[in-house]
Design a protein around this ligand. Structure first.
Ligand code: NDP
Ligand code: 8X3
Length: 252
């Protein structure tokens, strides 16, 4: 296998599980995140286990200059990118609109929306000349349905939904596939980040039912990325069996 996937936010959760699964299938990986130690550790572990090539890149997707400087300067042999997974993202806070923290809104919009746009824009000059490529955006059920106190996060993920549709139209002449995967509640570090380290609240999000796990989203991503060249899954909304929509759960 001589395929390369670039995964943003590979230090944890979905991104890490996606890296592990594609490594197992002998894809070469470009993995990114801000936590250098975690990236280095994952890189070493997967290289040793699967004998693949890995390029770890440390940058904050919010930092426009860092995104473009880093990606423009990757070695030529890494520029043949088959799949880009725009996964890096976060939620911060869950308060009513009038009480929500403006800095949290800025961070969510800068990361989930602008970061995704910067990374995609930086990778497209590699994909367009190949006349093929696949962009997989990790959206959210929060990008399909607005829920109580979801304001800024829901807005950011609705933007990911809109951008996925826009990219699919504009990149059509370049034969680049665009898939949006919209997961429901999944147990990762997501809630620890959202609730700013409050373990009790973070854990309570997943109590009483079986949520999605990072490996579920990795499997779905792998399925989408390995379909025949003429087949593109445009979008998927994926929840655990115990979740019917963004607010309706069956808890026991
Ligand atoms: P995690 O918190 O486990 O992982 C988030 C990843 O994003 C980390 O690797 C983190 O790396 C990276 N990241 C966050 N901010 C930045 C930044 N500014 N620059 C670079 N990397 C960043 O959460 P999940 O795996 O659950 O989340 C992954 C994606 O899935 C997000 O977009 C999230 O919104 C979405 N999602 C999550 C759901 C869930 O219930 N878990 C459901 C639906 C969607 P580092 O901190 O090292 O930079
Ligand atoms: C994460 C899922 O429902 O917490 O995107 O917004 S939810």
């Amino acid at each position: 296998m001589d395929k390369t996937i670039l995964i943003t936010g590979a230090t944890s959760g979905f991104g890490k599980a996606i890296a592990q699964l594609f490594a197992e299938h002998k894809w070469n990986l470009i993995i990114t995140g801000r936590r250098k130690d975690r990236l280095a550790q994952l890189s070493e572990e997967l290289k040793q286990k699967y004998h693949i090539e890995i390029l770890p890149l440390v940058f904050d997707v919010q930092d426009r200059n860092a995104v473009f400087d880093t990606l423009e300067h990757i070695p030529d042999e890494w520029k043949k990118i088959d799949v880009l997974v725009n996964n890096a993202g976060l939620a911060l806070g869950r308060e009513p609109f009038d009480k929500a923290n403006i800095d949290d809104w800025e961070t969510m919009l800068n990361t989930n929306v602008k970061g995704l746009m910067y990374v995609t824009k930086a990778v497209l000059p590699f994909m367009i000349p190949q006349k093929k490529g696949h962009i997989i955006n990790i959206g959210s059920i929060a990008g399909k349905e607005v829920y109580v106190n979801g304001n800024g996060y829901c807005a950011s993920k609705h933007a990911v939904d809109a951008l996925s549709k826009a990219m699919r139209i504009d990149l059509l002449p370049h034969k680049i596939k665009v898939t949006a995967i919209h997961p429901g509640a999944a147990e990762t570090e997501f809630s620890m980040v959202r609730f700013k380290g409050n373990e009790v609240i973070a854990k309570s999000v997943y109590e009483g039912y079986t949520p999605l796990y990072a490996e579920d989203i990795a499997n779905i991503t792998f399925y989408c990325a390995t379909l025949p060249v003429h087949v593109c899954i445009n979008e998927l909304i994926v929840t655990s069996t115990a979740q019917a929509n963004s607010t309706t759960f069956f808890k026991e």
